[in-house]
Write a protein that binds this ligand. Structure first.
Ligand code: HEM
Length: 509
């Protein structure tokens, strides 16, 4: 007897029930699992030669590169919890929506191979006088492991970022000054897109950590800051585009040139400040002892770290540090503006922990469960990445299907996290679901906004501290309001972004 459970509700944007989310099981008479072939995994039918690429074309295709969440939701509702998408005959993707399948993939994967940011390898190999290798994002194998082993202790040790709490508070104070200066004094309305302020805040914050310097980016006329933000955005755009084809490997396509421009813009500023810092430390008559508390001070003086490796990691962290935290901050403030009661509770929570010296210390956040829950809930609904990508380094069996080596596997955590089977009222912004006895008990592979395993985000501790300090200060100073009919969704440009300007009112408390 063979039992085969098929899923797939036809409703386009509704939530699935728990029965539709259960795993595929194919059991034969003696109880052994029968493995189905790769071709049998449900999914959109590929056409000869062009595969499924045409489905991304405007008007005739149902997918959009700018709407990866919607593509994922469509796949789940039409094909089920494991979906095969043959982009071309060479490029095959399997999407996983069931956390059991995600766990199964992570457990079978022998090595955390991620295929991303490939054009950075070419860019950096062409500049071998400056860079040792492609860097931690695109590299795999021994080179990735070497970089990870070299740097992980600096960024993942408990409390390693706490030393920055005072300067991160100072940066937020400057941001608050600029909000007060630029808003309409009588209504509190800030005409500009607040996301632009947040890019400047996150850049100033990450530079203060990775370059030991205040760049002055909060001033919108600061040229170094503007160049780095533009450079980061050009790089993001180019990285997304160059993942779609290989032509740039043999000739400098427009997308590759965009990456060169973006990286060059960032490199010029990073080099200027990093060299200054290196010089200061080398000149320090005290053997550099005064600099040991900062990460970059330690990296500069670590004999195992070459100048090229140092430059590469600082570039990667500045690049990764601009959009990730600022977009998460923007969405969180938007959700708070939409939920006045929640905002009031958060104000009371942070008000209670605020020290007499008026700044939020890292250890205060051990006593702010609601604040942490707000960030968690934002990353459930609007994560930076739709999920985690891995290239299968070996053949696997997932959900009863054979998945061959070299298949791209994407865990669709954002779509899965919005299913009522896992989270009641899944589309509501409800941080309380993360707190106390009402806390959702969910599968440990369902919610992984910072990735998973040995390749998970290296900047998580930096991101969390920056976010807590920003949100605590803003909510403590202002009551936020947002037009009730103004709904901000998201679009994708490698990472998830707000799909329209963040318009807020900042009213003094
Ligand atoms: C809310 C903020 C952030 C989110 C949600 C986030 C999320 C992620 C995710 C999903 C990955 C891929 C993990 C995997 O493949 O398993 C990643 C990798 C990475 N992130 Fe973040 N990130 C954030 C902020 C940052 C910041 C601020 C930095 C640095 C300043 C950073 C540095 C990195 C690095 C270096 C990697 C590559 C790690 C490796 O391949 O070994 N991230 N991040």
């Amino acid at each position: 007897m063979k039992i085969s459970i098929r899923f797939g509700s036809k409703c386009r944007f509704g939530s699935l029930s728990s029965s539709t989310l259960s795993s595929t099981t194919n059991v034969i008479d003696d109880g052994r699992e029968q493995v189905k072939s790769f071709k049998e995994i449900p999914g959109p039918k590929a056409l000869p030669l062009i595969g499924n690429l045409w489905r991304y074309l405007p008007i005739i295709g149902q997918y959009s590169l700018e709407r990866l969440y919607e593509n994922g939701h469509y796949n789940l509702t039409h094909y089920g919890t494991i979906v095969r998408e043959e982009i071309t005959a060479k490029h095959k993707i399997v999407h996983l929506f069931d956390p059991d399948h995600m766990e199964s993939m992570f457990r079978q994967q022998q090595y955390p191979y991620r295929r991303s940011h490939r054009a950075l390898i070419k860019y950096r190999h062409e500049r071998s006088d400056r860079y040792q290798s492609g860097g931690i994002f695109p590299e795999n194998g021994d080179e990735w492991k070497r970089l990870r082993d070299l740097f992980k202790h600096y960024f993942l040790r408990p409390n390693c970022i706490h030393v920055y709490d005072r300067q991160l508070n100072e940066i937020v104070s400057d941001l608050i000054l600029s909000i007060r200066y630029e808003r309409d004094e009588s209504t509190g309305h800030l005409d500009d897109d607040f996301q632009q302020f947040l890019y400047r805040w996150s850049l100033e914050s990450i530079c203060s950590i990775m370059l030991d310097a205040r760049i002055g980016c909060l001033d919108r006329n600061n040229q170094d800051g503007a160049n780095m933000i533009e450079g980061g955005h050009k790089t993001l755009y180019a990285v997304m585009r160059t993942e779609l084809y290989d032509g740039w490997q043999s000739r400098a396509t427009k997308d590759y040139q965009c990456l060169v421009e973006g990286q060059d813009l960032m490199a010029k500023v990073v080099e200027k400040y990093l060299n200054k810092r290196i010089e200061q430390i080398e000149l320090d008559g005290n053997g550099g002892k005064t600099t040991t508390t900062t990460i970059v001070g330690q990296l500069i003086r670590d004999p195992k770290i070459t100048r090229k490796d140092l430059f590469g990691i600082v570039m990667d962290f500045v690049f990764a540090g601009i959009d990730t935290t600022s977009i998460t901050a923007g969405f969180t403030l938007y959700f708070l503006a939409k939920n006045p009661n929640l905002q009031q509770r958060l104000f009371q929570e942070v008000d209670q922990v605020l020290g007499s010296d008026g700044f939020f210390k890292a250890q205060h956040f051990n006593h702010t469960p609601l604040l942490k829950a707000c960030v968690k809930e934002t990353l459930r609904l609007r994560p930076i990445s739709i999920g985690v990508g891995r290239l299968a380094t070996n053949d696997m069996i997932i959900g009863g299907y054979h998945v061959p080596k070299d298949t791209m596997i994407i865990t669709q955590n954002q779509v899965a996290c919005r299913q009522a089977a896992y989270y009641p009222r899944p589309n509501d912004y409800d941080p309380d679901r993360w707190i106390g006895s009402t806390r959702s008990r969910h599968h440990r592979y369902l919610y992984i906004p910072f990735g998973h395993g040995t390749r998970m985000c290296l900047g998580r501790r930096i991101a969390e501290l920056e976010l807590y300090i920003l949100l605590a200060n803003i909510v403590h100073q202002f009551r936020l309001e947002c037009c009730p009919h103004y709904d901000i969704g998201q679009r994708t440009r490698l990472i998830n972004l707000p799909d329209r300007p963040i318009k807020l009112r900042f009213i003094d408390r």
